[in-house]
Structures are given as C-alpha cells and as structure tokens.
Design a protein around this ligand. Structure first.
Ligand code: XMP
Length: 509
C-alpha cells in the first residue's frame, strides 16, 4: 500500500501548494476537505491541517474532529491549523495587534526539534494571518518566534504534534521545503519512494486487477493527459483498450493525420473518426461562445457514443482526468461563477452506462508529464501546449465557417511553426492564433484590400488560472506578421494581444 500524507483543507489559497511540495519530495499525499469522513486508514503516515481565510473565532469557522488524529498520528498544523489547535485545546487566539502579513525572520528556540533538523536559524518565513496565538494549548512549548509573533511555532509534549503560524509551503519561506521534508521524512517516517516508475508499476497492477478481461474505450484528444492515460492503459491491458480519436474539423493544420500517426506508432489500438461535417453543421449560425461549446460538446458525445457501441463488450470508459480537476475544493465564498464551461470536465452522459476508470486522477500536470516521459512518450507530444477541447471553434470569433477555419489554420501554422523554429515554443505555456470578425482596409501592391485581422496570443502560466502575456521579441513578431500577411489569403493585419489574465482570459471566447 502506498504510504500517504493527508492534507485537510480549510480553504486556504495555498493548500494545493502544500500538496505540490510533498509530491516534489516523492511523497504521495491527498488533499481532502476538512469535514471529509472515513479517510483515515493504515496508509496514512501523517496529517497536515491547512490555512484558511476564516478566523477560528468566526461563528462559521470550519471545525474538524481531531479525536483520531491528534496524539495518535504525526500532525503538522499550518496557520489556521495552528490557531485551531490552540483555540480548541486550552490556548487563546486573539486579533493581531501588529501587522502579520509578509516576510518575517524566524528565530529557532528548539534547534533539537526534528522539524528544524538542518534548518538555518534566522531564515525568512512568510506570514499571512489576522489573528495571533496569545496562549498556547495545553502541554505546548514554543519552538520558534519572530520579532512580532512570539508563538510562531510550537509542539505538544508527548505527541508528534507540531504547529507553525507561517506558511512553509510558499516560495518566500526560505526553509519551508526543509521543514516540510523534516515533517514527512523524520516525523512521519515516509520513505519518499513515490516516483514516476513506482507510480507506473503500481497503477499497471491496479488497472489489470480492476479491469480483468473486459474492454475499455478512451477518447483521445491529442493532448498530454489523454495520451498518457492511453499509454498507461495500453501497458496494463494491451489490446483490450480501444482508443477513439475524433476529427471535429476544429483541429490545427494536419493535426488529425499526424497525431493519429504518432498514436499508431506508439502501438495504440486507435480508431480515427472523421466527423468534421457533423461538427461544422452543428455550428452553422451559432455565434455565442457558450452555445458553440455546448454544440461541440453535444456532437462529440453523439459521435463517441455511436463509435463506442460498435466495440463489443466495452464495459469501461477511460478518461484523462487529472488531480486539479477532482480536488474537492472547500468553497469559502460560495460557488464560484462559471466563466466558461469547459465541456471536457464532467465527461459523458450516464446513459452510456460504462464504468469509469481515471488512471491519472491523483496526478498534477507536471507529474503527468514525468509519467509520460517515463513511459517513453516523445517529448514533442509531452511538451505540447494545452489546446481547448472546442479547438479552433472558439478561436474563430463569432460564426464558424470552413473558409474562416482555413484562414485561421494557415495563420496558426505560421505562428506555431515560427515559435518552434526560433526555439521559443517551450518558453511559452500556450500560444494561440485568433481570427477576429473584423475586416479592415489595407493596401497590397496598388490595390486596396478589405480583409480579416489575426490576433496572436502567447502566455506564460502554471495552471491556466492566471496568465501573463509573453514579451516575444519584436523581430520575431515582425517576421510572423509579415509571413502571415504575405502568405495567408484573406488577412491584411496582425495584432499581438498584450492582456493578462485576469482581467482578460487566455482564449478570446
Ligand atoms: P481561459 O480562456 O478560461 O482558458 O483563460 C484557460 C485554459 O483553458 C483552456 N480552455 C478550454 N479547454 N475546453 C477545454 O478543454 C474549453 O471549452 C476551454 N476553454 C478554455 C484554454 O485553452 C486555456 O488553456
């Protein structure tokens, strides 16, 4: 059984970072809402309580029952967690008088404490809290302080309980990674042997015993997640996996053929379905971005359903769902508004009556990439930029037509090809070409033109939630602009999008 650390989430914006830091130590961990029951089992080697936007003094402050945890398992409480233990076990938490946001210097009072093994004294830590621990809980002693926060870290005697008021998980806490490492390795006794290879080995075994002799179908998108899921399943069950790759007519230039080809080279049992007419018919007259997404999503389901019914004995549907899609986030400010409906999250309708298998559901994106590399998938596929499910359908603004798609495809080919040739592709998180529904006047030779505008977009990001535009070299932009205007009929103007997200989004629709 894989050893694991459980992280109880009280809604802090940094909770996922705690998870990331542990994974970087090759320690498997899971983030669960603070009120989740039935999650403690033998594989749990330790528990972390996250921070929270709440004050422990709020009436609605999130509560956790620590009866089976505190004093029984190694426990590290961060920020709100530290205050929660103080508040619940005989200490006192009051509003802070001094400002306790941002950097502070941590003086270690108990250098022999296992949490501080090899941790430099007087390192910078990051604070972010409105309350302060005025009195420690019963049986606790201070193990570190800052100039403004006396009880910056404490431990409880006779237990493996540690609490820190600062955030060891954030980049600005210099010794944070070491403190977390000490907790999981020295206190919890984790081995840190959760590597891509060990993940592959255990997942392949699990998949074999789960699936047995039944057949699995999987929809490939050409992207990293579904490709890695397919190769992993193929390793586990070979020919019992059938992949379906649908041409929705909204892919990039030559993408359908080249991706299909590379899947076949990887030994996957893949069926290519050219359904572009169905998609383009469904998009006729549709201009609203959300309606376009829905139309594309619906046709995809129909096509996929039809194809999968041709596969006998198909009992499972495999999906490339990854961890950020499934973390049950604690809603602190109520359900967040839907800005864009991403149709590939949520999957297929119930009537397909297939059991779902999601071999990557515990992995973060870069871990999927590491697993993909360990499986021998080419770097070209692994490092591809994200591409939205509705494809160029949401990059032709307004109504989609074959003619406009053709223009966009050619322009996109020049931009993406240019990025690759000039070594810029891997420096960009995502690049896109957008066809604007605007015609403007130009002059070519002696002739007046009245043609479309292409917008180029290139962003850096880590997860697509926030993004900034990339400062591509002017010479590069000049060349791409020139190439597009000279080579793509129907375009006489190119602009570069210099908006960040927020307030803009990455895609224009
Ligand atoms: P936005 O435009 O919301 O995009 O800033 C964030 C990331 O999500 C991708 N995206 C989509 N992916 N279906 C998808 O599979 C969609 O409908 C969709 N809309 C946006 C976008 O390309 C970026 O990576």
């Amino acid at each position: 059984m894989t050893e694991k650390i459980l992280i109880f989430d009280f809604g802090s914006q940094f909770t996922q970072l705690i998870g990331r830091r542990l994974r970087e130590l090759n320690v498997y961990c899971e983030i669960v809402p603070f009120n989740k029951k039935g999650v403690l089992d033998e594989s749990v080697k330790g528990v972390i309580l996250s921070g929270s936007p709440f004050s422990v003094r709020d009436e609605k402050a999130p509560q956790i029952d620590l009866t089976d945890i505190k004093g029984k398992l190694p426990l590290l409480a961060v920020c709100y967690g530290a205050q929660y233990i103080a508040h619940s076990f005989g200490g006192e938490v009051n509003p802070s008088i001094a400002r306790e946001y941002g950097r502070a210097i941590l003086s270690i009072n108990a250098p022999e404490c296992p949490l501080f093994k090899g941790v430099k004294d007087r390192s910078q830590v990051w604070m972010s809290h409105g309350d302060t621990i005025a009195d420690l809980p019963d049986g606790a002693e201070v193990i570190a302080s800052t100039a403004d926060v006396h009880n910056a870290a404490y431990r409880i005697e006779g237990e493996e309980t540690y609490a820190v008021q600062f955030h060891p998980e954030v980049f600005h806490s210099e010794e944070g990674p070491k403190i977390l490492e000490n907790f999981v390795m020295n206190v919890c006794g984790c081995k840190g042997d959760w590597t891509p290879d060990s993940f592959i080995e255990s997942t392949v075994q699990e998949l074999r015993s789960k699936i047995g002799e039944e057949r699995v179908i999987l929809g490939l998108s050409g992207g990293v997640d579904s490709s890695v899921a397919a190769v992993l399943l193929n390793k586990a069950i070979g020919d019992k996996l059938t992949c379906i790759f649908v041409d929705n007519g909204l892919l990039r230039k030559c993408e359908y053929e080249s991706v299909l080809d590379s899947y076949r080279h990887m030994g996957l049992n893949v069926i290519g379905v050219d359904a572009s007419d169905k998609f383009l018919d469904a998009l006729k007259g549709v201009t609203d971005p959300e309606k376009k997404r829905k139309a594309i999503g619906k046709v995809f389901i129909d096509v996929f359903d039809e194809e999968s019914h041709k596969i006998e004995n198909a009992k499972w549907l495999a999906q490339g769902t990854i961890y950020p899609d499934v973390i049950e986030s604690v809603s602190v400010n109520g359900p967040s508004a839907t800005i864009k409906s991403h149709h590939n999250v949520g999957g297929l309708p119930d009537y397909m009556k297939l059991k779902v298998v999601e071999p990557l559901r515990s992995l973060f994106k870069d871990e999927v990439r590491r697993v993909g590399r360990a499986l021998g998938i080419s770097n070209e596929l692994i490092s591809r930029h994200p591409f939205p499910g509705p494809g160029l359908g949401i990059r032709v603004l307004g109504e989609v037509s074959r003619e406009k798609l053709e223009i966009l495809r050619e322009a996109d080919h020049i931009f993406i090809g240019g990025l690759r040739e000039s070594g810029l592709y891997d420096k960009v998180w995502q690049a896109a070409t957008i066809l604007l529904p605007v015609r403007s006047v130009g002059v070519m030779g002696d002739e007046r033109t009245y043609e479309y505008t292409i917008a180029l977009r290139a962003v850096t990001s880590t997860d697509g939630m926030t993004a900034d535009w990339v400062h591509l070299p002017y010479e590069f932009l000049a060349k791409v602009s020139n190439d597009i205007i000279n080579k793509v009929r129907g375009v006489n103007r190119v602009v570069y999008d210099i908006s960040s997200k927020p307030p803009s989004t990455i895609e224009w629709e």
